[in-house]
Design a protein around this ligand. Structure first.
Ligand code: HEM
Length: 341
């Protein structure tokens, strides 16, 4: 990645024309959505397959040291929340196909103004299963999308363009192969913000460490939706949860803000637990609840200014998610509504 030679801590280095780039991605994603969902329901452009919508609580740790008392975590309290679990590929596939998984957490009952829409009283947090994103920059993501990477079916021309893209971006290919996995259970794997966020005046990444060890096997002859079926069963039997952790940027070269392909290694910057995400024992299997999750809109910019998304990949997400959600809600004739507890 080209950029300034000297990097400072907690500092962004926006590239020129990022707004134009974001609008190109909006158009491109809209085109693929129109191609894929000609009739019937319109789903998300990526993170398309919903596994489930689940009720949760984010509980801020009591007695947090002063340096962690920022924004959402200022005072010990509990935020009611919805979690939507998804698989990332634009085409919904059987759960046994290798993929990255996504988790969107929508906190409710949040006081004060968020960056995206001032009066929603909601605050969104997004996670994926790998600790890095697929491309270093939004420029690379656009190049991948322009090569046909998000198309429903890859033509010979798409394939040759994608091949050229991967040969010229070996980090993308290596990361894609590493991060596409099959998993036994959605609540037995760690989750990562993968991109950085502000935490007051410092840069951090978030992660969720599961309480449960990865003991659930992938079923023999796996049903298409075994991840959903397993989650339904696990939450009928017991509550589950995650430790909510943050990791500070300590070195702007080892933990860059503008390169989303570089993992922030734990040995260079330790994780600190500051809250707990609890998924109470519950029934999640109704079609109504599934549709409710389908109609949710997450946006990493729906947040307090103290938790502003950082880095190029995060900057372009603001408009992309906003327009993506507006478009699918319009096509589905469903209003965009932020839920209340
Ligand atoms: C340039 C980079 C990216 C692009 C173009 C992009 C695009 C999108 C789009 C279009 C959606 C659907 C929005 C909607 O219709 O409501 C989405 C959802 C999502 N993205 Fe990204 N994304 C990017 C980076 C990331 C990163 C770095 C993460 C890491 C956490 C992430 C995690 C998610 C998750 C979890 C969802 C599903 C949210 C939900 O449940 O509604 N994405 N993304």
């Amino acid at each position: 990645m080209s950029g300034p030679k000297e990097l400072a801590l907690n500092t962004e280095y926006p590239a020129p024309n990022e707004d134009e780039l974001a609008h190109k991605l909006v158009q491109l994603l809209r085109g693929t959505v129109e191609q894929r969902f000609l009739l019937g329901m319109t789903y998300r452009g990526v993170n398309t397959k919903s596994h489930a919508a689940v009720r949760a609580n984010l509980i801020v740790d009591p007695d947090l040291p002063e340096r962690f008392r920022v924004g959402l975590f200022k005072t010990p309290r509990t935020y009611p929340a919805w979690i939507r679990f998804s698989s990332t590929l634009p085409t919904p596939l059987p759960d046994n196909d290798r993929d990255l998984r996504g988790m969107g957490i929508k906190l409710m009952d949040v006081d004060g103004v968020t960056l995206l829409d001032g009066d929603s009283h909601t605050h969104d947090l997004t996670f994926i299963t790998p600790d890095t994103f697929l491309t270093s920059t939004p420029q690379d993501f656009l190049a991948f999308a322009e090569a046909g990477g998000l198309n429903a079916k890859w033509s010979i021309l798409d394939l040759s363009r994608i091949l050229i893209f991967t040969l010229t971006h070996p980090g993308f290919l290596i990361n894609l192969l590493k991060s596409q996995k099959t998993i036994g259970s959605l609540i037995e794997v760690p989750w990562y913000s993968s991109t950085p966020y502000l935490f007051g005046d410092r840069a951090v990444k978030y992660s969720l460490r599961p309480w449960l060890l990865p003991t659930t096997p992938i079923p023999h002859r796996p049903p298409n939706n075994y991840l959903r079926e397993g989650l339904v069963r696990q939450l009928q039997e017991a509550e589950a949860g995650f430790d909510f952790r943050i990791q500070f940027q300590l070195d702007p070269y080892k933990q860059p803000i503008e390169d989303a392909l570089v993992p922030w290694r734990e040995q260079d910057s330790p994780w600190h637990k500051i809250a707990t995400v609890v998924l109470p024992k519950q029934e999640i299997n109704s079609p109504e609840q599934y549709m409710f999750g389908e109609n949710l809109s997450m946006n990493p910019w729906r947040c307090y200014p103290e938790h502003r998304p950082l880095g190029g990949v995060n900057r372009v997400r603001r408009i992309i998610y906003y327009e993506g959600s507006k478009f699918r809600h319009q096509r589905n004739a469903v209003p965009v509504v932020e839920p209340k507890p």
